[in-house]
Design a protein around this ligand. Structure first.
Ligand SMILES: *[C@@H]1O[C@H](CO)[C@@H](O)[C@H](O)[C@H]1NC(C)=O
Ligand SMILES: *[C@@H]1O[C@H](CO)[C@@H](O)[C@H](O)[C@H]1NC(C)=O
Length: 304
């Protein structure tokens, strides 16, 4: 008698636990690829409903469309007057899939409308992509102007983290290509050039960014150095994300689904047990346990 009460009340508390657990919102680990990093606009503005505006619209449309199949592209919209000729490019981070690249470029373009209303030129950097347009050409021109420098708080006396950081930055500087990643322990680094640079120019730009990171962000837990045509970033922990989690999203979502299904099954089993316990109580009366020891020690009790 006492045994049955204790086992059914423990089922009940298990059930309550499971229900409150499933009703917790499962955090959506959405990618931070589209998070805003910086933006800038020219002071000069174009007039509304001008050829400039329609050229800009076709330029931005071309950029967004191109980002569905290429991680870098440039466009020139030639007009009858040089002032109305527009140049534009975008560069997605090297690890982005084409759909993520297209989404990122589209988000950047919508940012222009907010940040740079009717300005002749503008540039937006999101975590996953960079987009720039202007009526003065900048295509194929190396530019190492510091656009954004951000150093995290000082790391303190962690020599190990700092030597790892220097090793990661060194590896970034010496590896080739427009997109570079490296890591050691908790330290991660990433560098990206805009695709209009030659490999020599990219190397020069990345070296400059890394040199500035080392000198300006001495003992910082993270550092971001965005130059006009390349950037280098590092982090020594997981707090400041320099990477998108986009490429992990699928497996995380699958894991969450599996988890939700398991919780759902367990809830179902708990409900069934409570139901059976209740039914048995109703139909067999209070002394049923004495007559049905097999059920009491049955499969579901042992299973849970
Ligand atoms: C860009 O367009 C603005 C407005 O039409 C004009 O004043 C400016 O001279 C143009 N710049 C260039 C480099 O053509
Ligand atoms: C711009 O795009 C064209 C066509 O895709 C390409 O041939 C050219 O090299 C690009 N220019 C720069 C500076 O990237």
């Amino acid at each position: 008698m006492g045994r049955r009460r204790s086992s059914s009340s423990s089922f009940l508390s298990l059930f309550i636990f499971l229900v409150s657990f499933t009703s917790l919102p499962i955090p959506s680990l959405s990618s931070d690829t589209d998070t805003f990093v910086f933006g800038g606009c020219t002071q000069q503005k174009y007039t509304q409903n001008s050829p400039y505006e329609s050229n800009l619209n076709s330029l931005l449309t071309s950029l967004v469309n191109s980002a569905t199949y290429s991680s870098y592209n440039n466009y020139t919209i030639t007009a009858s007057t040089p002032q109305d000729t527009l140049y534009g490019l975008y560069q997605c981070r090297g690890d982005l899939s084409m759909p993520d690249c297209a989404t990122c470029v589209a988000r950047s373009v919508t940012q222009f409308g907010v940040l740079c209303p009717q300005t002749c030129g503008g540039a937006v950097q999101l975590q996953g992509c960079y987009v720039k347009y202007d009526n003065a050409t900048f295509l194929g021109v190396e530019d190492k102007t510091v656009v954004l420098k951000k150093c995290g708080p000082s790391i303190g006396y962690d020599d190990d983290a700092m030597s790892r950081r220097d090793a990661v930055l060194g590896a970034l500087a010496s590896s080739g290509g427009p997109y570079r990643v490296g890591g050691s322990g908790q330290v991660q680094g990433v560098a990206q050039c805009v695709g209009d640079l030659s490999s020599g120019e990219c190397q020069d730009c990345v070296s400059e960014a890394i040199g500035r990171l080392k000198s300006d962000c001495g003992g910082a837990v993270y550092g971001d150095m965005f130059l006009a045509k390349c950037y280098a970033r590092y982090q020594t922990g997981s707090a400041h994300s320099i990477y998108s989690k986009a490429h992990h999203d699928k497996s995380t979502t699958d894991g969450e689904k599996t988890f939700a299904i398991i919780i759902g099954l367990l809830t179902g089993v708990a409900l069934l047990i409570i139901f059976l316990t209740f039914i048995r109580k109703v139909f067999e009366g209070p002394d049923a346990y004495l007559h049905a020891p097999a059920l009491e020690n049955g499969l579901m009790v042992d299973y849970l």
